[in-house]
Design a protein around this ligand. Sequence first.
Ligand code: CA
Length: 473
Amino acid sequence: MATNETLMQYFHWDYPADGTLWGEMARNAPDLARAGVTALWLPSPCKAREGYSDVGYGVYDLWDLGEFDQKESVRTKYGTRVELEGAIAAAHAASLRIYLDVILNHKAGADATDAVLATPVSQDNRTIEIGPPREIDAWTSFTFPGRGDVYSSFKWDWSHFDAVDYDQRTSAREIFRLRDKVFETPVDPERGNFDYLMFADLDMSNAGVRTELNRWAEWLVRTLNIDGFRLDAVKHIRFSFFNEWLDAVRGAFPDRNLFAVGEYFSGNLATLEWFIEQTGQRLSLFDFPLYFNLRAASESSGNFDMRNLLNDTLLARSPTLAATFIDNHDTYRERTIQDWFKPLAYALILLREGGQPCVFYPDYYGAPGRPSHRQILDQLLQARRDHAYGPQTDYFDHPDVVGWTRSGDAEHPRAIAVLLSDGPGGSKRMNANRPNRNFTDATGNVSGAITTGADGWGEFRCNGGSVSVWVEQ
Ligand code: CA
């Protein structure tokens, strides 16, 4: 029977741009594996527009993993390709799987402009033209003078893109649909058609583009020996693209069981389910509906109705495809889940059946102005690795205090009972399926033991605004 999988997002927006992340990851990999982490989500290693300071989302050259002198440096924000390969080897030696962030929606930092006829469209509704076609100078010419033809001789020009948002000739900032291009479908329907997000938007209906991206994916897996992908901005790319791209790369590596999780930034469960249906369950999705529920609970000062915590979430509806998380590099910059609630939220994603949980780097290691939650996370990770198995019984039956039990399995025989409250502390009778056994709180938040009755039920407790993880002794 397999050990529970736990992902860590191994970067954040404000990580220092000093080229040390790969080296740090190599050093930390054994400790993370011991703590119960089984896979790492790494940032995009590709050379990006702002060179050594770019987080990675303004991707310039997919084939430059910190190897060529482009954008004023050889290394990326995180180090060189050699350091990246060393870090992946160290992670693999510690039995960690590696999922790489992949940005296929757009390219940024072109080497030159192309003069091309373009039609401005409305920011708010991209199906509406707001002016006549005119010639613009679009930043769409990617010739990679620093890399030349190494690994790929493909050069990009305007014909490989749908749209840009800047005309160098007039300095106009508008969304320009290029010449006879049409926005792809289906994509997210927000703003009429949300194909365009930023920078130069790839045209996935162009066969040359698709071939190049397939070739790159195979090279990437072969070169870096990775185990899967975190796909950026999937709601802005025609959904059918992922079927083709994933089938191609998985087909090239039939024995690797390549994992894929998409970032479909939407709290609308029906929309996410539509994407899952369109992509034939080929990729997991981050559970943004759950994230928004957790954030609302954290911001409700104890007045959130905890019975509704799992309502309309992927975790509840598509648990095998739900990639659950508490914060990420984007939410980190805006509105994170409040710190008091993070132990509760992490207990929820780490100790329940279903969902592939992700621990966010700053929550574990801390960051400037952000407290580390490592102590409770180590306890929860251990509980997840050792005890969160077997049948689950839910008690989401009270506005403040909710909980569940897990009955264990053959390899992990101890039962657990988890109780959490966003309001005052309290207790709840739950069936642990273990008659006359003692349970203690692995978090240490509540001291002493709780003994189940002859019927296997116990009266489990937790403190106010807190979580307790009762483990059978
Ligand atoms: Ca797009």
